[in-house]
Design a binder for this molecule. Structure first.
Ligand code: F0G
Length: 351
């Protein structure tokens, strides 16, 4: 039986016998071969989707949260705090509930997908909506955690990165080797750094012999890494990555440089189109921010920057059900018909 990432990867993680393990059995998510999606890329690639929406709270954050909460508890914490565009708050709230510890989550008002808000509320977190954006929220919760005995659960907490690197281990095990290319959405820039750390450690351990190129994707309106400067008012339909001043800026650039990777932008339109395409062609429903990775791969292929036969992994960071509003908003109008067979047949447009 799978017992979560701490149990599975203990020797790669900063835990001891004294660490209380708080887990929801996160990790062990599917790596799905995506041939029908690959067929639309205009070049033959071996494409896989790492479906992180299959984690217990529906995003990759759970991998880092199990380690961060366990270590916080070990250190005697009774309360935890985070700033979030939604998923971190959902995960913090759930793992804190499981640990019997208080969670305080600070989110930008009106900028968090409904499913994520509902998760923080259901798990009993103290939810504080900020009249400001994520970057301001993060600065504030950092200040709070310095002044009060509440442990910070954002990815500036190194234990989050430690847990999240286990996704790279899984990808290598599922493929039997390292991929050539990893496409991944970038917001606060922790996850790309975590994957890179994971790949490097797995190579040092002799589990793989090569390393992938890390290709990070930001939304056009929230692309500080690409622009090389802070974006004061980040904007994108992909609310999870609406971030203008990423905390892990330096390690992310390090990952990109060391892996001979790249960071690029995709437009909201490209994100929404990839979002639908993954759902329609593969039966995998991810959230808009996750689709940025696929939109990015599509762009990279169009630009002729991917070699034929490359083994590519797109990291689908969160579940589509977190944000049904964006799905409906970007879909054609719904049709309603009379309760008659003929009306349904007409609506089927069979000709
Ligand atoms: N994809 C999703 C679905 C996310 O929720 C996030 C970040 C990212 C990608 C980007 O990952 O920040 O490590 O570069 N969400 C954070 C949150 C910021 O508060 O839930 P990153």
């Amino acid at each position: 039986m799978w017992r979560g990432v701490i149990h599975q990867y203990r020797k790669f993680l900063p835990v001891t016998e004294r660490t209380p393990v708080i887990t929801l059995y996160e990790g062990n998510t599917p790596l799905i071969r995506a041939e029908r999606l690959a067929d639309t890329l205009g070049i033959r690639v071996e494409l896989y989707l790492k479906v992180e929406g299959a984690n217990p709270t529906g995003s990759f954050k759970d991998r880092g949260m199990t380690v961060a909460i366990s270590k916080a508890l070990e250190a005697g914490a009774t309360a935890v705090i985070c700033a979030s565009t939604g998923n971190t708050s959902a995960s913090t709230a759930a793992y804190a509930a499981r640990a019997g510890c208080r969670a305080i989550v600070v989110v930008p008002q009106g900028a968090v997908a409904l499913g994520k808000l509902s998760q923080a509320i259901m798990h009993g977190a103290t939810l504080i909506q900020l009249q400001g954006n994520f970057d301001e929220a993060l600065e504030i919760v950092r200040g709070v955690s310095e002044r009060f005995p509440v442990a910070l659960m954002n990815s500036v907490n190194p234990f989050r990165i430690e847990g999240q690197k286990t996704a790279a281990f899984e990808v290598c095990e599922q493929l039997g080797e390292s991929p050539d290319l990893v496409c991944i959405p970038v917001g606060n820039a922790g996850n790309i750094s975590a994957y890179w750390k994971g790949f490097r450690e797995y190579r040092e351990a002799g589990a793989i012999s090569t390393l992938p190129r890390m290709i990070g994707w930001q939304a056009e309106g929230a692309a500080p890494l690409v622009l090389g400067r802070v974006v004061r008012h980040p904007e994108t339909v992909a609310s999870a990555i609406r971030i203008g001043n990423p905390a892990s800026w330096k390690p992310a650039l390090g990952a990109i440089e060391e892996s001979q990777g790249a960071v690029g932008t995709v437009s909201d339109q490209e994100i929404l189109s990839a979002y639908r395409r993954v759902a329609e062609r593969e039966g995998v429903y991810c959230e808009p921010a996750s689709a940025a990775a696929v939109a990015g791969l599509m762009k990279y292929c169009r630009e002729g920057r991917v070699s034929a036969g490359a083994r590519v992994v797109c990291v689908l960071t969160g579940h589509g059900l977190k944000d049904p509003q964006t799905a409906l908003m970007s879909a054609p109008p719904l049709q309603t018909v009379e309760a008659k067979l003929e009306a349904v047949v007409r609506a089927m447009r069979l000709g």
